[in-house]
Design a protein around this ligand. Structure first.
Ligand code: AHR
Length: 498
């Protein structure tokens, strides 16, 4: 019998409710905004003279949508941009700020209109903690130490006086500082030994002032570069609070022809999800190495860039990394969150690349219009897991096979909110077959939301912005000892179980 003739498959879920384990760090739901394409300029910052409604230059529609997500932490200014950014150019009266060329992203002129004050204002408006990434590749130790001195002390120092002259009397809280970005590549093409020494040197001058405690995040590996992790842990783990990891899901795995964001068939649906599932394997491998040097798990694994990466939308600047977002991205986001929950004993932060108009964005803008992508809705549905306690989930279900690839058909995670409520998040990866699931527990009250669409590439557009949006989930019934769910193909469901 062919796969399409089997309309539905059966699955079983057990929740180890008595074995609630680690806290899911809220920062797993973090974001990343780089000076890249229309991410900062247009997407977040329009300037205070714009006809687009704004508060001190930050667009009100985008800020309101981000506030709803309870963004816990925001990484800035890059990315590759961070290692050519000189923070002093982004402070003071805006009309006097020098320009520069954004060499990594389209060679466009960077106006420096959005700098430290504007970033901190954005964090305050959306309620996120700032995570600033410093310039190790082309900056100096002095620049780094002065930036931290500009932002965090309350005492009378030259940098504090400069900050005050620029309009900010009180220090900002700076909980996270990244010591360089992708130092193995765009951040300086360093060997791990050389970077480890640089990390130790720069980090020495990142000071804790006026009661502000900065957690220091070292540049980590890309993908499965375990040697990078090994060297960094061996040489510098005692001085860091976090070690980063970057992993992007490309449908083809080929950087010169990644695949389209919207025009794809089941082959690329499947290959994108295989690449996404690889996150689980990578986290296990890097953790194993980290455990050798840090068995007490003092150093967090910080996935400060993750997401899907496709060819840019036809007709757009190749350096701007603008891509549409479909149901496939929603499924990929949900799988990543389930994986981060599973590894919550080591993963202390994750930042989607990126927030607005770049890569797997949660928001797209076009002049004064804004839309929420399917990925946004997954962040919204899954935010109930922020800060909750992870509950181990055992899933028994057949596999989803397409050509030579095999994936689990059903992927999930659960957490306990401490007030008696369990949230169970389930993804049906199969674009064709529904699943009848038996959750082997009984509950007093069940409710939920589901996100799905008519096609694998269902998406929200400016002419039809609500094509993919969550709706209440009613396809369940209870027996004496089980909860029966009918999960349609290509869907994400989040249940609240009491
Ligand atoms: O997110 C886009 C780019 O991807 C970042 O600038 C860089 O760190 C990574 O290679």
């Amino acid at each position: 019998m062919s796969r399409t003739e089997i309309a539905k498959v059966e699955g079983t879920i057990r929740l180890a409710t008595g074995h609630a384990s680690n806290r899911i760090h809220p920062n797993i739901y973090g974001h990343f905004a780089e000076h890249l394409g229309r991410g900062i300029y247009e997407g977040l910052w329009v300037g205070d003279n714009s006809r687009i409604p704004n508060t001190r230059g930050l667009r009100n529609d985008v800020v309101a949508a981000l506030k709803r997500l309870q963004v816990p932490v925001l990484r800035w200014p890059g990315g590759c941009f961070a290692d050519e950014y000189h923070w002093q150019h982004g402070i003071g009266p805006r009309e006097g700020r020098p320009q520069m060329i954004n060499t990594h992203w389209g060679g466009v002129v960077e106006s420096n209109q959005f700098g430290t004050h504007e970033f901190m204002d954005l964090c305050e408006q959306i309620g996120a903690a700032p995570y600033v990434c410093g310039n190790v590749g082309s900056g100096s130790v002095e620049e780094t130490t002065q930036w931290v001195e500009y932002m965090t002390p309350s005492s009378d120092t030259p940098m504090v006086r400069l900050r005050q002259r620029n309009g900010r009397a009180e220090p900002w809280r700076l909980p996270y500082f990244g010591v360089g970005n992708e130092s193995w590549g765009c951040g300086g093409n360093m060997r791990p030994e050389h970077y480890a020494d640089n990390f130790r040197r720069y980090n020495t001058f990142v000071k804790n002032y006026s009661g502000n405690r900065v957690e220091r995040i070292a540049c980590g590996a890309s993908g499965d570069d375990i040697r990078w992790t090994e060297v960094l842990m061996r040489e510098a783990s005692s001085q860091m609070n976090g070690l980063s990891l970057h992993w992007y899901s490309l449908p083809t795995g080929n950087w010169s022809l990644k695949g389209s964001a919207t025009q794809f068939g089941e082959e690329e649906w499947c290959s994108t999800l295989v690449q996404t599932m690889k996150m689980d394997e990578l986290l296990s491998k890097h953790q194993l190495e980290m455990d050798r040097y840090d068995p007490e798990r003092k150093v967090g694994l910080v996935i400060d860039e993750w997401g899907t990466w496709y060819d840019v939308e036809p007709g757009t600047n190749p350096g701007f990394l603008y891509q549409q977002n479909t149901l496939r991205d929603a499924i990929a986001a949900a799988i990543n969150f389930n994986i981060f929950h599973k590894h919550s004993n080591r993963v202390t932060m994750a930042n989607i690349a990126q927030m607005v108009n770049v890569l797997q964005a949660v928001i797209l803008t076009e002049e004064d219009r804004m839309l929420l992508t399917p990925t946004y809705h997954v962040f919204d549905m899954y935010r109930v897991h922020q800060g909750a306690t992870s509950v181990p989930v055992t899933i028994e279900a057949p596999e989803y096979r397409f050509s030579s690839r095999t994936l689990p058909i059903l992927h999930g995670s659960a957490s306990h909110d401490g007030a008696g409520c369990i949230h169970l998040s389930l993804v049906n990866l199969d674009p064709i077959r529904g699943i009848n699931v038996r959750v082997l527990h009984s509950f007093i009250r069940v409710s939920g939301q589901i996100l799905t669409g008519g096609a694998m590439n269902a998406m929200n557009t400016f002419s039809s912005p609500s094509e993919v949006a969550p709706v209440p989930f009613f396809d369940f019934r209870q027996t004496n000892d089980a909860l029966l769910l009918e999960l349609p193909p290509k869907s994400v469901t989040v249940l609240e179980l009491l």
